[in-house]
Design a protein around this ligand. Structure first.
Ligand code: PAF
Length: 283
């Protein structure tokens, strides 16, 4: 496994691989890797000749400096896990390599996609995600981009980014299923900050999401989200930031089930001062 901290040398290496007709799968991460990330690496290995993973805690996507400061950083462990899983290249740059002084980062508008759900609660978050992923794509020029479904809204935003860059023919987007703990809790780097009790409490979120999948036809979207919020908060240790039903492509909230051919449930909750998100397809 080859390690890079400089975009210029990584780009040169990947260009040489492309010239040798080797396809490249790219897995962008912010580190603190878990099995969900490693699944993306495994999937990339199945589909591409070479796999590049980036580890970069992108300051531009944190609207809350305290959240950025608390984000877990476990570089040594991450590199070990990536080597064992079979990544070929890892890019773990300093901020100045991703955003060189005097350079103008590219900004893309994501319209209504960035004003709802995560976008509404984390202003500027998707602008920062778009900025860093555009930069990483230009450095790596991959054939495939692999993302986790847990961050479903991010997947839709990055699909729009590829379109706006006019790269959607050149880079295949793979959205890989959310990896869960045995109790259903979606794997997330942020789970590292939960106590064992917190992890148990947080598993209720997926229980409630599953109940919504089973019983949505008996209720309206508003009734069901009221019930879900009440059930989660009744537990005492969970605070719900949003619990919404939205059309699966544009993520606009639905008032009636027949407003969209595909609806997802998406939620953000706080447990022990840790913000967790999850989502699933209803139909
Ligand atoms: O999902 C993440 O870890 C980040 O948002 C990403 C895609 C690596 C961009 O910083």
């Amino acid at each position: 496994m080859y390690l890079f901290q400089q975009a210029a040398s990584l780009s040169r290496t990947l260009r040489a691989a492309r010239q040798n007709q080797l396809s490249i799968g790219f897995v962008p991460t912010m580190g603190a890797l878990h099995e969900g990330h490693l699944d993306l690496i495994r999937q990339a290995k199945k589909q591409y000749d070479r796999v590049i993973c980036s580890i970069f805690v992108n300051p531009a996507q944190f609207n809350d400096p305290a959240d950025l400061a608390k984000y877990p950083r476990t570089l040594e462990k991450d590199l070990e896990a990536l080597a064992l899983t079979g990544a070929d290249y890892v890019y773990f740059p300093e901020v100045s390599d991703v955003y060189p002084p005097n350079s103008q980062p590219e900004k893309y508008p994501f319209g209504a996609l960035e004003t709802v759900l995560e976008g509404a609660h984390r202003p500027g978050h998707f602008e920062g995600v778009g900025m860093v992923v555009a930069r990483l794509l230009r450095i790596t020029v991959p054939n495939g981009l692999l993302l986790g479904e847990k961050d479903y809204q991010q997947c839709m935003v990055l699909q729009s980014l590829l379109k706006q860059m006019q790269w959607e023919q050149k880079v295949a987007l793979h959205i890989c299923p959310t990896r869960r703990e045995s109790n259903g809790l979606a794997m997330s780097s942020r789970n590292q900050r939960l106590t064992e009790a917190g992890k148990k409490q947080a598993a209720l979120l997926y229980e409630i999401i599953k109940s919504c999948q089973e019983r949505y036809l008996q209720f309206s979207p508003d009734q069901l989200s009221d019930w879900a919020i009440h059930s989660l908060e009744a537990q005492g240790n969970i605070r719900v930031e949003y619990f919404s039903f939205a059309d699966a492509q544009h993520l606009q909230p639905v008032q009636h089930w027949n407003e969209s051919p595909a609806v997802r449930v998406l939620a953000a909750v706080w447990v022990e001062d840790v913000r967790l998100i999850d989502n699933a397809l209803l139909f």
